[in-house]
Design a protein around this ligand. Structure first.
Ligand SMILES: Cc1cc2nc3c(=O)[nH]c(=O)nc-3n(C[C@H](O)[C@H](O)[C@H](O)COP(=O)(O)OP(=O)(O)OC[C@H]3O[C@@H](n4cnc5c(N)ncnc54)[C@H](O)[C@@H]3O)c2cc1C
Ligand code: FES
Length: 353
């Protein structure tokens, strides 16, 4: 059984099966709709239902409030049509952005290594090539669960299509991390995943605008993909300054990898590892990534700013970027929401989602 969803203002019709959300069906059909977390938390995918009925599913009551439900709004990442439906979405996709439809993949774990005291590098060989934009993520079905999935960002360049890399931090009590990846996962295990998802991508076509990136913890992962794509694939000629933050040196990873890139591309890339909870050794900066960035830049007008990490970290960095007069249209972020955030209703009123 399926229902037809008409997406305005595109006028495109998409068949949505009973077990699919509107977003899932559209992304698989190559019809791009705005989205970020795909788990009912961030509200980026909010649309107007012009006609027909939807079940709002798992939408957080913070991301989709009661009065909005009454006004006919829904979150496409959670909504399942109950009848044929017409929605109106705010589709502001850049023309230059190549859209890769979402597909299912089967993967095999080919590397699982400790790269910081609570972070693992997980490399998965896929059954066929994946095409994605630097900064995007996959949904991974957690083995041993009833189809629960979690989202992890690719840290590899999009030119590496067959083996993808995730960098994952352990979350105590977390289903996917504490309950599987840091417990039972092993080389050779099979994994089901789908993607690519997300709109946090490196705008390689805006080469006249230098880039500043702020990453907290494993928020470095999508930024690593962007940096590798820019430098190693020669996808972006402008300058990139990357700040990677952790509480202590033991929280940071791949410092040597970025230092090597800095040496190889001195005119194009600058790297600053930052520690906020201990005296920094030589070559490291003191404080948060945003503090170090503010020390280095008086004004960021004309730049592009990318930030990724916990919702609290992203909110702090947004204020820093704005204090340096970076235009909101040039600020891009990925918030690593988790299930706890969905219940708490995190998210800044400063951030347009
Ligand atoms: C777009 C995107 C990209 C991401 N990319 C990465 C990445 O590259 N690397 C990375 O490390 N992380 C990433 N994340 C975060 C990732 O998706 C997971 O949230 C994270 O790995 C934890 O998953 P988990 O299943 O272990 O924890 P969860 O099971 O989601 O639990 C997280 C926390 O919430 C608590 N919790 C769970 N359920 C409830 C509840 N009902 N009520 C209250 N509290 C609850 C748990 O106790 C735990 O403390 C990304 C998130 C997003 C949205
Ligand atoms: S993408 Fe739907 S709420 Fe985040």
């Amino acid at each position: 059984m399926s229902h037809t969803v008409t997406v305005e203002p595109l006028g495109r019709e998409v068949e949505v099966a009973d077990d699919q959300t509107i977003l899932e069906a559209c992304l698989r059909a190559g019809v791009w709709l705005p989205h970020s977390c795909t788990h009912g938390t961030c509200a980026t995918c909010k649309v107007e239902v012009l006609d027909g009925d939807v079940d709002h599913g798992e939408a957080s009551s913070f991301a989709l409030m009661d009065f909005e439900r009454e006004e006919g709004k829904t979150l496409t990442c959670c909504a399942r049509p109950q009848t044929d439906v017409t929605i109106e979405a705010d589709i502001d996709v850049d023309e230059e952005l190549e859209i890769h439809p979402v597909e299912d993949f089967t993967g095999t774990i080919v590397e699982l290594s400790d790269i910081a005291h609570d972070i693992k590098r997980l490399r998965i060989e896929l059954d066929r090539d994946l095409h994605f934009n630097a900064g995007q993520y996959m949904r991974v079905i957690v083995p041993g669960t009833d189809g629960i999935d979690r989202t992890w960002s690719m840290a590899n360049s999009p030119s590496e299509n067959r083996i993808i890399e995730f960098q994952v931090r352990n979350v105590p009590g977390g289903v996917a991390t504490d309950g599987w990846l840091f417990k039972d996962a092993a080389l050779g295990d099979s994994v089901q995943l789908s993607g690519p998802y997300g709109r946090f991508v490196l705008r390689t076509w805006e080469e006249e605008k230098p880039v500043v990136m702020l990453g907290g913890g494993t928020g470095l992962a999508p930024l690593a993909s962007m940096v590798k794509h820019a430098l190693l694939d020669e996808a972006y000629d402008g300058h990139i300054t990357l700040y990677a933050g952790g509480r202590t040196v033991a929280d940071l990873y791949d410092v040597d990898v970025f230092r090597a890139m800095e040496e190889e591309y001195p005119d194009q890339f600058t790297f600053h590892p930052c520690v906020s909870a201990e005296e920094p050794p030589e070559g490291y900066r003191a404080g948060f990534v945003s503090t170090a960035m503010e020390e280095d830049f008086d004004k960021l007008t004309g730049y592009q700013g990318y930030m990724c990490g916990s919702p609290a970290m992203v909110e702090g960095c947004l204020k820093s970027f704005m204090s340096r007069r970076l235009f909101p249209r040039d600020i891009f972020h990925e918030d690593f929401f988790n299930e706890g955030d969905k219940q708490k209703g995190v998210g800044s009123p400063l951030i347009k989602r």
